[in-house]
Design a binder for this molecule. Structure first.
Ligand code: FE2
Length: 412
């Protein structure tokens, strides 16, 4: 199968991408537009990119908003209360059904790689055991990374360390954490040291919910970064949210960024979720409660966007479309300058791939897996401006999803 008349990001001209089974066999510059043959996919001079990536979602909680009650205040804290009530009702099959339905929504929007956090503050590890089965059952749709996520803490939850260790033994790919939620700062620091030990010992990656609060005194990012620096694990470590950084003063950030560059860890921002949940204790002026995405990017640090929630106690909306998050994030993070827009797809493709440590399993290069998207516009700017979509998703050399764009008829 060939994909013809493709524009590639950062390159002039049109390309033909030759797929041989599950691999990319060749990428050739065309002398001009080609007429499609029977089995060709015609990109029609639009962008062809590697698949979109969802680097941060909670598949065990999706599609539960309103069960048993709605989050009326819209705060993170009422969300945690609602989830505690819903969590008591979850079953193995309930989690698998909702996770698969949500993954279908992601696939429909061109996503083929997903990192899901799964709550392991549960003596039975019900959600984790279900998600390990889901990971196997959806391999033809997505590569799924599972984070052992201690929603109610490691040091502050009964047998928290034991549950994290058991989750890794059962098959979690990534070790999580939530140091700002631990009962004391000391517990927070201890939790980071514990989870980094566990990751180093087991070979797991690390992705910590870090400083997801407007409290400018929440400073666990420096603890995580220093642990990563000392252990030389930066490329394998991700700090998610870090929204307190939006409240840090510039003098502290000046010092912090020096450490972040030395540690060279990855960042995930979930701008729609954060703008909704944070700033809730402010009157006016009201903080945005989002991390310094543009500043991290300009400092050369790796940062990407995630959805976090789809219709759950923390966020009532969402449809699986990561481009909706990208457009909102560019607005929220003051990144609508031309240069930022023109490379904005990095935030949902290559940057996310680096966060997930996908290496040579990702990217449009000869010899790599035949996974790609045909988009509806010729460049990043037009994708954002026109609210473009993924039109075709190819996985392992086969068409996984095809979208027919809406047709508009005008009569005058
Ligand atoms: Fe999260």
């Amino acid at each position: 199968m060939n994909v013809i008349n493709a524009r590639l990001r950062g390159k002039d001209g049109l390309y033909r991408i030759v797929l041989d089974g599950e691999r990319i066999a060749a990428i050739d510059l065309q002398p001009g537009p080609f007429t499609p043959a029977r089995d060709d996919i015609d990109a029609a001079q639009n962008l062809v990119t590697p698949p979109f990536i969802e680097p941060h979602i909670h598949l065990d909680a999706t599609l539960t908003a309103g069960e048993p009650r709605w989050n009326m205040s819209g705060t993170l804290f009422e969300g945690i209360e609602c989830w505690a009530e819903r969590k008591a009702l979850t079953t193995h099959e309930d989690i698998k059904t909702r996770a698969k339905k949500t993954l279908g929504m992601l696939v429909d929007h061109g996503i083929q790689f997903v990192r899901t956090h799964v709550d392991v503050t549960d003596p039975n590890l019900t959600a984790l055991k279900a998600m390990v089965e889901v990971r196997d059952e959806v391999r033809h749709l997505v590569d799924l990374q599972i984070v052992a996520f201690p929603q109610e803490g490691i040091e502050s939850y009964a047998n928290g360390r034991g549950l994290m260790t058991e989750a890794v033994a059962i098959g979690a790919d990534v070790v999580g954490g939530i140091p700002h939620f631990e009962n004391t700062r000391e517990h927070g620091v201890a939790s980071v040291e514990f989870l980094m030990d566990l990751a180093e010992r087991s070979g797991c990656l690390v992705d910590v919910h870090c400083d997801e609060t407007d409290d400018a005194q929440s400073r666990f990012l420096e603890v995580l970064a220093e642990q990563a620096r000392v252990r030389g694990m930066g490329a394998r470590v991700t700090a998610s949210h870090t929204v307190a950084m939006g409240s840090y003063d510039n003098a502290y950030c000046y010092k912090l960024f020096r450490l972040l560059k030395q540690a060279d860890i990855n960042f995930v921002s979930c701008p729609t979720e954060s703008i909704h949940l944070q700033g809730r204790f402010d009157t006016f002026p009201k903080r945005r409660g989002v991390t310094r995405v543009a500043e991290l990017d300009r400092a050369g640090l790796n940062v990407c966007f995630g959805q976090d929630s789809i219709v759950d106690p923390w966020y009532p909306l969402g449809n699986g479309n990561i481009l909706r998050i990208l457009e909102a994030g560019l607005h929220i993070c003051h990144m609508l300058g031309y240069e930022d827009i023109q490379r904005s797809l990095d935030l949902v493709t290559v940057n996310s791939a680096r966060t997930l440590n996908l290496g040579e399993r990702y990217g449009l290069e000869v010899g790599r897996p035949a996974n790609l998207l045909v988009l509806s516009a010729p460049d990043d700017y037009e994708m954002i401006r026109s609210q473009g979509q993924a039109l075709v998703s190819v996985r392992g050399g086969k068409v996984l999803m095809r979208r027919t764009p809406a047709q508009v008829q005008r009569f005058a």
